[in-house]
Design a protein around this ligand. Structure first.
Ligand SMILES: *Cc1c(COP(=O)(O)O)cnc(C)c1O
Length: 493
């Protein structure tokens, strides 16, 4: 198994090197040279624990790690940091299944990969005899930042700098980041939106001179964003796990096809679902759920990806994105791995702000179906789901729920469908509580949490509860064109 670029440059490297590099030298994203097919082995996987299944899947891609090494990383990741032994339980609520990915240390799905990837990186540095210190640069729309800080804190030979949009994340998310502990963690808010943060970080990765300066000072940049293959691979695991649990619990028979509905931003999570299909998991449709930033909905509907529009700040901020970076990996697959085509599409996106795909590619996208949810629908449906089922979902999960309700109206099929739940409702407690028709005016964050808990008879997750007494440790702020200066200050170069 090797990893190659979506844009075709000649490097062909092993997994550990791809994890260290993050981004390819031609600006493309690393993809595996092939997808191992597990269809005939699914029956053997029924009943495996999350950790056991994770090992079975990862060792196929990361074959330059020994099994012992992988096991050690997996054990450090999926332990009692998670508040359920199952790690990623699939729950049946009425006629829906919810795959809960928010039981980790920061209460959102980014934990699924970011508890593991830092340990893979630490091992990868040793394997590749890297002597320099690695600086993880991350642009976050909220959840990645905290999950990455938590995953990388106090690791050897690694520093982490997180940029977040000052007005584009929830107050709880902000508090989570600003109270981050660790001797190697740095948090900077920028005056701009998530795309400013993300393109700012991308420009720094592509800035040769700056990278040379850093190297002279013994630093190498890497990314923890979902473009790193070390983030993507662990996400494949829970799609298999969820499917196998449905089989084990006799909700479906082995071989039955199922749908997944994924609340989507940067397209990492749903791409992992697609990879699982390419690996033989019986997937019928992948329903790509967007909020009012519905660029992906338009893309699946018309074949045109057009980022020329305003970014809306919504109640599901982790999905407030106009450029879904991981979509490039999907383009690579649906062009049948034609990197010339990928290059030309990405050039169009960079130069004109849009691209259009041909009919062949559109046909190859037929696993996907796009839907989107408005702010009003999200509010209504959080209320409805709670009233009808006594089950509380967050705003992002509700985007997926709403998308599925819309899909069902036009598609009469008897296919089990798993709604991917990406955050604890307590992470977006203000919007969740006000969806339940409660007046939140004049309530501070912590009163909102307490009211939500009383109102719904559910517990505030500990990592959020503990924020109340945590100390603010980070106060950095910069303009959107000042990221480089901020990094220079932090690293003293
Ligand atoms: C990051 C995130 C998403 C979007 O996931 P992508 O992989 O970026 O598409 C959805 N919901 C929550 C809560 C998130 O943190």
């Amino acid at each position: 198994m090797h990893f190659i670029s979506t844009r075709g440059c000649s490097e062909k490297i092993k997994g550990s090197k791809a994890i260290v590099n993050g981004l390819c030298s031609d600006g493309g994203l690393y993809v595996p040279t092939e997808f191992p097919n597990l269809e005939d082995r699914l029956n053997k996987f029924i009943g495996l624990t999350y950790k056991e299944l994770c090992l079975e899947i990862l060792k196929l891609f990361l074959d330059d790690f020994t099994e012992e090494e992988l096991k050690s990383c997996i054990n450090k990741a999926y332990n009692d940091k998670f508040d359920t032994k199952l790690i990623a339980p699939t729950k049946k609520i009425n006629n829906h299944y919810f795959l809960e990915l928010y039981h980790g240390p920061t209460c959102a799905f980014k934990d699924m990969a970011l508890t593991l990837m830092p340990h893979l990186l630490e091992k990868s540095l040793k394997k590749n005899k890297i002597k320099e210190e690695i600086v993880i640069l991350t642009a976050t729309s909220g959840d990645t930042g905290k999950a990455a800080l938590e995953g990388f804190k106090n690791l050897d030979q690694i520093k982490i700098i997180v940029f977040f949009p000052e007005d584009g994340v929830s107050n709880i998310q902000k508090l989570q980041m600003r109270t981050q502990e660790g001797n190697n963690t740095y948090v900077v808010s920028i005056n701009g939106n998530f795309d400013d943060a993300q393109s700012g970080v991308k420009n720094i990765f592509n800035d040769e001179e700056f990278n040379k300066l850093l190297l002279k000072n013994n630093y190498i940049l890497s990314s923890a964003n979902s473009i790193n293959i070390g983030r993507l691979l662990p996400q494949v695991v829970y799609y298999f796990y969820s499917y196998l649990n449905l089989v084990k619990d006799k909700h479906i028979k082995l071989g039955d096809k199922i749908n997944f509905v994924v609340p989507t931003g940067n397209f990492g999570n749903i791409l992992a679902a697609y990879y699982s299909k390419l690996m033989g998991l019986p997937v019928n449709k992948l329903i790509c759920a967007s909020n009012e930033n519905n660029v992906l909905y338009d893309f699946f509907d018309t074949g045109k990806y057009d980022r020329n529009r305003v970014l809306h700040l919504t109640t599901s901020p982790s999905m407030d994105i106009l450029i879904s970076s991981n979509l490039e990996r999907l383009l690579f697959e649906v062009t049948k791995r034609n990197y010339n085509k990928v290059n030309s599409l990405i050039n169009d996106l960079n130069n004109k702000g849009f691209y259009e795909i041909d009919n062949n590619m559109r046909f190859n996208l037929n696993t996907f179906h796009g839907e989107f949810a408005t702010q009003y629908e999200i509010k209504e449906n959080i209320n409805k789901v709670f009233k009808e089922n006594n089950y509380l979902i967050d705003t992002h999960t509700c985007v997926a729920y709403t998308a599925y309700e819309k899909y069902r109206k036009n598609n009469f099929e008897d296919i089990a469908t798993v709604i991917v739940s990406t955050a604890s409702p307590y992470k977006f407690s203000k919007d969740v509580l006000s969806s339940l028709d409660k007046n939140i005016e004049n309530l501070d964050e912590f009163h909102v949490l307490e009211n939500l808990s009383l109102e719904t008879n559910t517990n505030i997750p500990l990592p959020i509860k503990n924020l109340k007494t945590a100390k603010i440790l980070h106060n950095r702020n910069c303009e959107k064109y000042e990221l480089k200066k901020e990094i220079e200050n932090i690293l003293k170069v």
